[in-house]
Design a protein around this ligand. Sequence first.
Ligand code: FPP
Length: 244
Amino acid sequence: MEKSSIPKHIGIIMDGNGRWAEMRGLPRVEGHKRGVERVSEMVEAATGIGIEALSLYAFSIENWKRPEDEISVIMGLLETTLSREFLNFMREGIRFRIIGNRDRLPRTVGAVIEQVEKGTAENKRLTLQCALSYGGRDEIIRAAKKIVQSGASADTVNEELFSSLMDTAGVPDPDLIIRTSGEQRISNFLLWQSAYSEFYFTDTLWPDFTKDELLEAVREYQKRSRRFGAVNLSQPKAFNSWGG
Ligand code: FPP
């Protein structure tokens, strides 16, 4: 792997847990349990590669529409995983934080999150952002409300201000977004931050996604030509295109 162009920030839409379980005649929650094992593997791989931030889409704001028992298993998994991983985060220099709308989180989950966020706040090696009760549109609206409430004048509203009010403030925008399970859409994940992200879609279901495939996605990313809307002067003119 080319060390000079490692992405700073990778986002992952972890999809396909339910299908993985259903294909094996297991309850959907078994897919989520297996999915948590992959989370631990990805965090370990991310620290190994040397990326600055990893954002994992664990529970969207739309996921509250799921059956109550499935929601409570996911919340329970989060609570136990976070309690269990806290010491590991400290040992490995991982700063943990939640992005999303915290209002609806169960009290016990909120308490563990607060404890792990506070405890790991000064860690510097990797920022692990868990998108929980998260929606990109909801995040943008919350930022807009803060601007209105602050009484800011129109000419002070710019991209920097919005970025600083996002849940992801202080973390660079994702260079690479991976989605598993064959779906090719963004599903309200990091809408503001993904303006110039590269996308990697794979048919692999999340419970089968390995460290090797993460490395494959990074290698694929390294082959892309990122122009951010400008032209790449090292390429022949015929290859330059309009968009980003
Ligand atoms: C998507 O699969 C997965 C989820 C909605 C939940 C993912 C949550 C975890 C793996 C737990 C995360 C834990 C930590 C510690 C970050 P799906 O159920 O939508 O699958 P389907 O599309 O096949 O139905």
